[in-house]
Design a protein around this ligand. Structure first.
Ligand SMILES: C[S@@+](CC[C@H](N)C(=O)[O-])C[C@H]1O[C@@H](n2cnc3c(N)ncnc32)[C@H](O)[C@@H]1O
Length: 576
């Protein structure tokens, strides 16, 4: 059979559809950027981006590919009843397609050896997302499906109460991730068992039993121990001592063996709290350790008052756990569904660099406001006290530039009137794969791709004399790409490549498209029903041929042909 599928895969309606994204430039709004110097360690180059994350991620790709250490995302969970009249999983398809497009860019942004992705999700899409992530990252990149206990009280409205969500973890290089991931520090509950009844100068300690299973024991692990009171101890049946005699004697001399209050109990090894490195993370994340949804609501109320400022924030402690495991100070963290700004706030307090993307207007009202407070050190909530945060640093606020091209009144593509020459030069650099770095002294140098390859962007109509003069300035051992409005004569200079804007870029991507939002509830499908010949009698004009009728709403028949605007919609925020 020739048609046989070659690999295991998840399919969905429209899986083959791929948006051809325009790599936009980002424009800083200096009024909304914010900075305050408190210490020499302050970090300023953080980015808060207002706009759709698919376009924003594409915009970041050139500069940040391979540079992000940890990505955390908390996308809309797709639990809104978007298509109550449908039972064909259409909204799952939309959601999966939109997620896949984002995950692919996120994967490119991750550090090639040390990067990891963490995704919050609940049971509604968890299984599908897991298979999708296997497809994007490779199944071997799966690290864990961590279970976050989001509630501490029973959910009685369901047949079986829902008390948890997942945080799925994938690493680009799982072996390396195992070597570099950090352990989790002990919780107050875990440290409670360390005491210091004898004022030991090494601090709190606890006795650790000294016996172990006999299994692979050597003969050095069977010996008699005489306690200070004269009692003699041997390992119980089926067990041995966990230490060889030599190691035991050494620890005894160091005062690290404990025989109980009266010196007559089984020997124990003394372990000091100061020696506890932390615990290997595990997949159970109880609310006592990483917070719950009430805690995160309270954090938002403390910041913005008791309004319904934001419905679905995550607790700062949950993000703290992720960043503790996956990052170290100075590492770059990205959250492209920033919501109320939790990831950026926690990353900032923990001394990580961060990039956050948010589509809704709460990029200003919540994220920027919250982060200004964090920078000021005037926000005592969340993990502030636990990490000893005092303020400092800053962030730059960006929005996405409009599309480079727009249509004129005759329907021809022209450079958008909103672009000034600098924006045009930067946009063309991005499109052509050059790093934008205009040289004040050399008018034709707007950026470079290598040490010897440059780009010049102008809307001018260049004459042959101008091209000749530029060619001479560039010289024999360098090359220049010129993107111009037009040029006269032949462009046969060996060190110049001359292209016209916009003609040379027209087919590169989809222009003028601002909305790739993930809001499936807004994306009502338009359905084209291909009417059977037998129905043609309803429409004399179409006698003898199939006709198409567009309807919005319920699917008419299983044979209906669907024309689905899979990537269209509006950007009115999100629904879980
Ligand atoms: C569940 S919330 C994230 C909450 C966040 N973890 C917090 O602690 O506040 C999801 C967020 O993703 C945003 N969002 C949805 N679609 C987006 C898109 N296409 N681009 C950027 N942000 C988007 C929504 O506006 C919403 O704020």
């Amino acid at each position: 059979m020739t048609n046989r599928k070659k690999r295991l895969e998840l399919t969905w309606i429209g899986k083959e559809e791929r948006p051809r994204l325009e790599p936009r430039i980002l424009i800083e709004d200096q009024e909304l950027s914010y900075a305050k110097r408190v210490s020499n360690d302050d970090i300023f180059d953080n980015r808060l981006i207002h706009g759709d994350n698919l376009l924003a991620l594409k915009a970041l790709e050139q500069e940040f590919a391979g540079k992000i250490k940890c990505i955390y995302i908390d996308p809309p969970y797709n639990t809104g009843s978007a298509f109550e009249h449908y039972d064909d999983g259409l909204e799952h398809s939309l959601w999966l397609g939109l997620m896949r497009d984002r995950l692919e860019i996120l994967r490119n942004l991750l550090h090639p050896t040390d990067g990891s992705l963490w995704v919050s999700i609940d049971d509604y899409e968890a299984a599908y997302l897991r298979v999708l992530l296997d497809e994007v990252f490779g199944r071997g990149s799966f690290i864990a499906s961590n279970v976050w206990q989001k509630r501490y009280s029973r959910e009685n409205r369901e047949a079986i109460g829902d008390v948890h969500e997942y945080v799925l973890t994938y690493a680009v290089n799982p072996q390396r991730f195992k070597e570099i991931r950090n352990k989790v520090p002990p919780t107050p509950e875990q440290t409670k068992v360390y005491r210091n009844p004898n004022n030991d100068p090494h601090g709190p300690w606890r006795p650790i039993p000294m016996t172990a299973q006999e299994g692979h024991a050597t003969k050095e692990q069977f010996y008699e121990i005489v306690s200070p009171s004269g009692a003699v101890f041997k390992p119980p049946k089926g067990r041995c001592w966990g230490l060889s005699k030599a190691t035991f004697e050494k620890l005894r001399v160091e005062g690290r063996i404990y025989f109980g209050k009266n010196g007559d109990s089984q020997p124990n090894v003394i372990r000091y709290l100061s020696e506890v490195e932390g615990y290997v993370p595990w997949t159970w994340w109880p609310h006592e350790e990483v917070g719950h949804t009430d805690e995160s609501k309270k954090e938002i109320h403390a910041l913005f008052g008791k309004t319904d400022a934001f419905d679905t924030p995550k607790p700062e402690r949950l993000i703290h756990r992720i960043l503790t495991i996956a990052t170290n100070p100075g590492d770059l963290v990205l959250d492209s569904f920033l919501g109320s700004g939790t990831t950026a706030a926690v990353a900032h307090k923990m001394g990580r660099r961060w990039i956050g993307v948010e589509l809704g207007d709460h990029a200003h009202t919540l994220c920027a406001t919250r982060l200004r407070k964090v920078v000021d050190g005037s926000e005592p909530g969340g993990v502030t006290e636990a990490v000893g945060w005092k303020g400092g640093g800053g962030f730059r606020f960006f929005k996405l530039a409009p599309s480079l091209l727009e249509k004129d009144k005759w329907g021809n593509w022209i450079v958008s009137k909103q672009y000034n020459p600098e924006m045009l030069a930067e946009a063309m650099c991005k499109l052509e794969g050059f790093r934008y770095a205009p040289d004040r002294e050399v008018f034709w140098n707007h950026g470079r791709s290598t040490e010897r390859d440059f780009i010049y962007v102008t809307t001018q109509n260049l004459s042959r004399e101008q091209l000749h003069s530029i060619s001479e300035q560039v010289g024999e051992d360098r090359t220049l790409l010129i993107c111009c409005g037009a040029f006269r004569g032949r462009s046969d200079f060996s060190n110049l490549t001359v292209k016209k804007i916009p003609q040379s870029v027209l087919v590169r991507c989809e222009w003028g498209r601002d909305d790739y939002s993930l809001n499936v509830t807004e994306q009502i499908p338009v359905i084209v029903v291909e009417e059977a010949k037998a129905d043609a009698s309803f429409n004399d004009a179409s006698k003898g041929s199939a006709s198409k009728a567009k309807i919005g709403g319920r699917r008419r028949s299983s044979s209906a042909m669907q024309e689905l605007p899979l990537f269209a919609g509006s950007d009115k925020g999100s629904k879980r």
